[in-house]
Structure formats: C-alpha cells, structure tokens
Design a protein around this ligand. Structure first.
Ligand code: FES
Length: 144
C-alpha cells in the first residue's frame, strides 16, 4: 500500500468520506497535495469541494467575497453564482489574483479579468484559466 493510500485511509478512519474526504485531503497542508501544482504553475487537475457551512469558507455565502484554496480564487459573484480562476496572474506569473468589485484583479500591475477569466485591460489580455463550480447543499465543488 502506498503512502497516499495510507493517508487517505487515515482520514477515513477519522470519519471523513466522499467530497468531505477529498476536500480535507486536498486542503491539509501537512499532507502531500492531490493537486499537481507549484508556486509558479497552474494546477493541471482540479477537483475539490468546500463546505460553506465551515467557518473557513462561510464568507462565500455573501456576494462579493472570495477565498483562495489550492491555488484557486473562488468568488461569490451573485446569489446563485460562483466563479473560480487560477490565482497565478497571466501577466507576469505573480500569485496575487484576488476578487475585487465584481471582477478578478491582480494588484501587481493592475491586470483585470471578468468572472470567466477574460482579460479586461492590456495587462490582463492573456486571460486566466477558469474552473467550473457546482453547489450541492452547502458543498461547493470546484473542478476542471
Ligand atoms: S503580474 Fe499580475 S498584473 Fe502583472
């Protein structure tokens, strides 16, 4: 049995299962990530869930707020919609993208992007990789 399976089995033994298990497994810093990412690259495969009932992510219950998880900026853009993009800016690769005034924004040089990741100015012209979101109950899935 490899090390990853042992860690997964350990989390299962704590009572985590399904999407919760995946979310915990992907978000525990001490464990190796299930996402292939580095500080300078965009993750190749994304599929995790956030529990909006958890105080860590409950700010996503309010329109205009955002959280950063696994290198992805996840924003609440309306009462029914979320948007998710990579935190790595396409201008010069800074990991600084946030969500401000209804759009994604990089404060390094001012790149602006819409909620689909499309560039809104010259610095943001290359756009951002965006991800799908799906809300089931209080579980928000973010995936490629
Ligand atoms: S690195 Fe983001 S605007 Fe330049």
């Amino acid at each position: 049995m490899n090390e990853k399976i042992n860690r997964m089995e350990f989390l299962k033994s704590l009572g985590f299962k399904g999407a919760s298990l995946l979310a915990v497994y992907c978000s525990v810093p001490a464990l190796s990530s299930c996402i292939n990412e580095s500080m300078d690259s965009v993750p190749l495969v994304i599929d995790f869930a956030l529990d909006l009932g958890d105080p860590t992510f409950s700010k996503l219950n309010t329109v205009g707020n955002y959280v950063v998880q696994n290198g992805i900026v996840i924003a609440r853009v309306s009462t029914t919609e979320f948007a998710a993009v990579t935190q790595v800016c396409s201008h010069e690769g800074k990991r600084k993208v946030n969500f401000t005034s209804g759009e994604f924004y990089c404060p390094e040089h001012g790149a602006r992007f819409d909620t689909d990741g499309k560039g809104l100015n010259s610095k943001g012209s290359k756009g951002l990789k965006s991800y799908k979101t799906e809300l089931t109950g209080t579980s928000l899935r973010v995936f490629s």
